[in-house]
Design a protein around this ligand. Structure first.
Ligand SMILES: NC(=O)c1ccc[n+]([C@@H]2O[C@H](COP(=O)([O-])OP(=O)(O)OC[C@H]3O[C@@H](n4cnc5c(N)ncnc54)[C@H](O)[C@@H]3O)[C@@H](O)[C@H]2O)c1
Ligand SMILES: N[C@@H](CCO)C(=O)O
Ligand code: NA
Length: 458
């Protein structure tokens, strides 16, 4: 059904006493996918129907649920999904033409992308939790929403229940964001927290995360930083009004983080976290965006250091507001469904009022800095010969690459001698060249730990 002419959403009627009242028809919602998140969306829509009606101004009617195996979805926590609502034909459901809202919680690129595009073309607004799709091809979705005059909301796609995209899109729309630094993957935070609190190695901590159901059987997306990189792309796009895709984000996972890295961090009053960092840097032609995901040491006094277990948090620094911290559960069916429902209410209100919320904001169109040009600091633990002049030679190597040293300390003596150097800020290119040069020196026996340091200015 063409949606060029808005369907009539309410009628003005006169009561017997002559007062007019508004009769509003229900808003029709279709759900795509009924797994961890989708099943909780159905539950909340059902259990909170009266409150949602009051908040939106019209009832939200669930008119279809696309699933792969209907026999698995009849009973959702005691609520019987009417059999006639379940369908295995998601494409037909989104194309039926009378939908107001479509919630996509299937995940992945296809068929999610085709279904979202069809939903928008057929006149529905869309709410999605799909970080992978938004980070790969958000601009296609935004353009389709713009063309259709409909909304595209996705709060659940980054840090689950934590309100962070709405603050960036709306609350901070009058400010100038400088940096967004977050722990946006619960699985890896659980593993690193375990390594920190118990001294175990990566493999053992991963096994425990898998036993407790935090990590998937194939943990690649979390452990190698792909999940966090997708979220970083979404955060950077919103914070800096620039299109940033997952492939623009520099990415290193946590598989190489060793028990001795964690112990070394502890020695200097720091903790290792997998950080997603989106910030403004200096490009050749002015300000540019830098977006990266990698393990880093942060001081234990930093707000992000207190984020334990599988929790998420996002630390935002902006010009006028200063420092803001958003903290909470970054995953799980019900917490993620909370974020989805929040978007559903907003989008439903907009449909009733025949207005749109904020669309894509990419007007700044900043360049994205390569990792080599990004400014950071390094912590380097160097196993060295314990003799006169070695410390001076190490310092000389840093100086030759234009990298200034902030602190240096010696651990152990003789065969166990180690120099632990923390640099001042320099480009990643200069810092990695320094480490490469150190590796060639005859007095260097091994470089046992190299890690970036974040959370302090100098
Ligand atoms: N689970 C979380 O904690 C969490 C947190 C934030 C965001 N998300 C995002 O939410 C989305 C859903 O995640 P989930 O954890 O609920 O996944 P899930 O695997 O539990 O559920 C997805 C469901 O979609 C179904 N499905 C697959 N293809 C389909 C198709 N063609 N038609 C109909 N149904 C189909 C699957 O059978 C499955 O039941 C993903 O984009 C994910 O990244 C999840
Ligand atoms: N796998 C993610 C949750 C979904 O984004 C995590 O571990 O945080
Ligand atoms: Na969120």
């Amino acid at each position: 059904m063409a949606h060029d002419e808005p369907r009539k959403r309410s009628d003005r009627r006169s009561d017997d006493d002559g007062r007019t009242r508004t009769v509003t028809r229900p808003l029709r919602l279709a759900l795509l996918g009924c797994g961890s998140v989708g099943s909780q969306v159905v539950r909340l829509l059902h259990e909170q129907a009266d409150d949602l009606t009051a908040r939106v101004g019209a009832p939200i009617e669930l008119v279809g649920v696309a699933v792969r195996r209907p026999e698995l979805h009849r009973d959702l926590g005691g609520y019987q999904v009417p059999a006639e609502l379940l369908t295995t034909d998601a494409a037909a459901l989104v194309a039926r033409g009378d939908l107001d809202l479509v919630v996509e919680v299937i995940g992945g690129i296809e068929p999610a992308r085709a279904l979202i595009l069809s939903a928008l073309e057929n006149g529905a607004s869309v709410v999605t939790a799909n970080k992978a799709l938004l980070a790969e091809d958000g601009s296609t979705l935004f353009a389709a929403a713009e063309k259709a005059g409909r909304d595209l909301y996705f709060e659940a796609s980054v840090a689950g229940a934590i309100p962070i995209l709405r603050p960036l899109r709306e609350s901070l729309a009058g400010d100038r964001v400088r940096r967004v630094m977050g722990i946006v993957n619960g699985t890896t935070n659980f593993i690193l927290d375990k390594m920190d609190s118990s001294g175990t190695g990566f493999a053992e901590a991963l096994e425990e995360a898998q036993e407790l159901g935090y990590a998937e059987a194939d943990p690649t997306a979390d452990v190698e930083g792909y999940d966090a990189a997708a979220k970083a792309a979404i955060l950077a796009s919103l914070a800096f009004h620039t299109r940033v895709t997952a492939s623009d984000v520099y990415r290193e996972g946590i598989a190489e983080v060793s028990a001795s890295d964690v112990a070394s961090a502890r020695e200097m009053g720091a903790v290792v976290k997998l950080l997603a960092i989106c910030e403004l840097g200096e490009g050749r032609d002015g300000p540019a965006v830098a977006a990266r995901v990698h393990p880093a040491m942060i001081p234990r006094t930093h707000p992000l250091a207190s984020v334990r277990e599988a929790y998420n948090a996002v630390f935002v620094e902006s010009e006028a507001a200063g420092q803001l911290m958003f903290y909470g559960p970054g995953a799980g069916g019900a917490p993620t469904a909370s974020a989805v429902l929040g978007d559903v209410v907003t989008v439903a209100r907009n449909r009733l009022a025949d207005v749109r919320g904020a669309g894509e904001s990419a007007y700044a169109a900043l360049d994205v800095l390569p990792m080599g040009q990004t400014v950071t600091r390094y912590h380097v633990a160097i196993d060295v010969d314990d003799r006169t002049g070695v410390l001076a030679a190490v310092a000389q190597t840093f100086a030759e690459h234009g990298v200034s040293i902030r602190t240096v300390r010696q651990e152990g003596h003789g065969d166990d001698a180690q120099l632990v150097v923390v640099s001042h800020r320099a480009t990643d290119e200069a810092l990695s060249a320094t480490v490469a040069a150190l590796r060639t020196k005859d007095f260097v026996r091994d470089i046992s730990s190299v890690m970036r340091v974040e959370g302090e200015e100098s």
